[in-house]
Design a protein around this ligand. Structure first.
Ligand code: NAD
Length: 490
């Protein structure tokens, strides 16, 4: 890609707030800059919404709700499907835009466009499959009718690490269910969402059904929206501390909430694993998205008989990685999102080394422009190290050894998080025992990547509430009503 292509793409991306079907400036006239983390340079200046703009967006979502919720399911489905088709036509532009604002290598950005698009296609198919129930009560005195209804206007808050897929994973099921939305993307990476919303507009979405607000003041803008009685649902993806504070605010209106929060995934490799598969899976689970995924392997827990061989092989692979701007061909590792992310990786690695871990490769921030941290492997990580407790969110693969299955389960479950676990074993019974013993909402059994629009994505424990995707996803935006009517023959 050359600079002219990048500039002409950026010129097509809207820079305003999208409220009631109109792109407009912030009421204060204020703007915020979006930067490319591989260079630190501003790539686009966009509107910086005030709390009043946030309320205007909620007004629009509320006004559009009655008509949208009564729009035939088939029409809503076709709207989503048209948007999916438009997205696929422009896959390459979306991938480039995402790489520019977030930093992931272009090949990974293309995979995110495909993954993100699947939520539109999947939920276009689910739209027409929402069903109720009709039947006799056990006493035989009446008929029980159960119907499904959209919950109402929703507020969707998304993080910076998957700038497109986190938006489609929420907007898809919300529109499918008949809800209207206000979406607030992260200020670090709002452009993919704004470009996606432009596609919804092109697909003919009625005014006010989707509204977008970008802001540097997330807390101040969000709180009045969450406290407004017209809002009926809050769906959040982001860090656990912010999720906790939003749940406390949502308690005020007893809002439905979906919370996709942080992770601290154990990646367990038994002596009887297929080591080729385990190494491939480890590389994918750790270095996808430069380690900045809630599903990233955080603690590589490897049985003593294979730990040295596993460590040697992952280290060899990591040494071959090329770091650079994600738009350049052959790049495996892009920049971290900002300086804070680099400082955190430095702190976690330094703490682990100070407590006795061994550095196998990498381990440092780089001097080049942009916010880069070397792909890193550390082994012999000692209990009590911060890196075992905290979400790393960077390209650092940390290895600890274990002795037996009981030990592996204990170490893996020793965290307040419970999003995902990975297990490598060729022993079927052991694999089944691990499915039942590990306290996570998802598991990769002999695979390092599990995300799929057809599957229920979500966590246990402090990793969250609710599920996105799968048959479950649409029900997060529906509420049931039970009606009893007397037996018509009596
Ligand atoms: P974050 O919590 O800092 O921000 C997430 C979103 O919340 C952003 O849009 C941000 O602007 C907004 N926000 C921040 N403070 C707010 C407040 N007080 N009120 C309202 N909104 C507020 O998280 P992040 O750094 O953008 O994302 C990384 C985190 O997201 C990691 O912990 C990661 O594990 C998690 N994540 C989870 C999933 C999942 O599906 N479980 C997926 C992706 C990311």
């Amino acid at each position: 890609m050359n600079e002219n292509q990048e500039a002409s793409l950026l010129a097509q991306v809207p820079h305003g707030l999208f409220i009631g079907g109109e792109w407009r400036a912030a009421s204060s006239g204020r703007t915020l800059d979006v930067t490319d983390p591989s260079t630190g340079r501003t790539i686009k200046t966009i509107a910086d919404a005030t709390p009043a703009d946030g309320m205007a967006a909620l007004d629009a979502a509320d006004a559009a709700f009655p008509a949208w919720s009564r729009t035939p399911a088939r029409e809503r489905a076709e709207m989503l499907r048209r948007t999916y088709d438009l997205l696929m036509e422009r896959e390459e532009e979306f991938a480039l835009l995402m790489t520019m604002e977030m930093g992931k290598p272009l090949a990974e950005a293309r995979r995110e466009v495909a993954y993100g698009g699947e939520f539109l296609r999947w939920f276009s198919e689910e739209t027409v499959r929402v069903q109720g129930r009709y039947g006799s009560n056990p006493e035989g005195t009446g008929r029980m009718i159960v119907t499904q209804h959209p919950v109402g206007p929703c507020f969707l808050i998304t993080p910076w690490n998957f700038p497109l897929a986190m938006a489609t994973r929420k907007v898809g099921p919300a529109l499918a269910a008949g809800c209207t939305v206000v979406i607030k993307p992260a200020a670090l990476t709002p452009l993919s969402t704004m470009f996606f919303v432009k596609l919804l507009e092109e697909a003919g979405l009625p005014k006010g059904v989707v509204n977008v607000v970008t802001t540097s003041e997330s807390g101040a803008l969000s709180e009045p929206i969450i406290r407004d009685p017209r809002l009926r649902k809050l769906s959040f993806t982001g860090s656990t501390p912010v999720g906790q504070s939003l749940m406390a605010q949502a308690a005020h209106g007893v809002l439905r909430t979906s919370m996709e929060l942080g992770g601290n995934a154990p990646f367990v490799v038994f002596d009887d694993a297929d080591l080729d598969r385990a190494v491939d899976g480890a590389i994918a689970a750790k270095f996808r998205n430069i380690g900045q995924a809630c599903t990233a392997g955080n603690r590589f827990i490897v049985q003593r008989g294979v730990v040295e061989e596993f460590t040697r092989r992952v280290t060899e692979r990591v040494k071959t990685f090329t770091m650079g701007r994600g738009t350049e061909s052959g790049v495996d590792i892009g920049p971290l999102i900002d300086d804070r992310a680099v400082a955190k990786a430095v702190q976690l690695v330094d703490d682990a080394l100070a407590r006795g871990a061994t550095l196998r490769t990498g381990g440092h921030a780089t001097a080049r422009e942009g916010t880069f941290f070397e792909p890193t492997v550390i082994s012999d990580v000692q209990p009590g190290s911060d890196i075992l407790r905290e979400e790393i969110f960077g390209p650092v693969l940390a290895i600890v050894a274990f002795d037996d299955e009981h030990d592996a389960v204990r170490i893996a479950n020793d965290t307040e998080y419970g999003l995902i676990s990975y297990v490598y074993t060729e022993n079927l019974a052991r694999g089944q025992r691990m499915i039942e013993r590990l306290e996570t909402g998802m598991m990769g059994l002999n695979t390092g990547v599990v995300s799929n629009a057809a599957a229920p994505f979500g966590g246990w424990k402090m990793s969250g509430l609710g599920r996105e995707g799968g048959a479950e996803g649409i029900h997060e935006y529906l509420q049931s009503k039970y009606t009893l009517t007397p037996d018509p023959f009596v």
